[in-house]
Design a protein around this ligand. Structure first.
Ligand code: 5GP
Length: 140
């Protein structure tokens, strides 16, 4: 069981923003920018090379829906990067497919999201994580 399986099973807590039968979306603990969300298939799919057609449809069709909710959650969000690292050589550290939805702000000074190795977790309290998650979740 990888760490995202444990989050899906509720064995490890997370700040959920969206859930249905096939997909879970929750805040990335690292918060590259505020609202940084991971979208994961509940099915244990390792990476992009491992998706069957049905799972791809169910997960990928949710990306615009969740992206819009993130954008609507904060009027300072002016853009959003979507990134998925596939395989250790591409920077994948958790071997359970996931899509980084990284909101962008005009003043975020972020140079690259190509490998989201930035860790801002020290700057967020549990109340702040919860407030961001609630604000996104309320958009559905
Ligand atoms: P990767 O490097 O595989 O593309 O992304 C893995 C992501 O998972 C990282 O951005 C990291 O911050 C996030 N992550 C790792 N462990 C946890 C966890 O226990 N909870 C949450 N919410 N995010 C995690």
């Amino acid at each position: 069981m990888d760490i995202f399986d444990k989050i899906i099973a509720g064995e490890i807590p997370s700040y959920k923003v969206y859930e249905d039968e096939d997909v879970l979306a929750f805040l990335d603990i690292s918060q590259v920018t505020p609202g940084h969300t991971l979208v994961v298939p509940k099915k244990n799919v390792d990476n992009i090379f491992d998706y069957d057609e049905d799972t791809a449809k169910k997960v990928l069709l949710k990306l615009p829906v969740i992206a819009r909710a993130i954008k609507a959650s904060d009027d300072k969000i002016t853009g959003l990067n979507i990134q998925s690292n596939n395989g250790p050589s591409a920077g994948q550290t958790v071997i359970h497919s996931h899509w980084h939805l990284i909101p962008r702000y005009d003043d975020d000074n972020l140079n690259s999201v190509l490998a989201p190795t930035i860790d801002n977790s020290a700057h967020f309290s549990s109340e702040q994580y919860q407030a961001i998650a609630d604000s996104i979740a309320s958009q559905f």
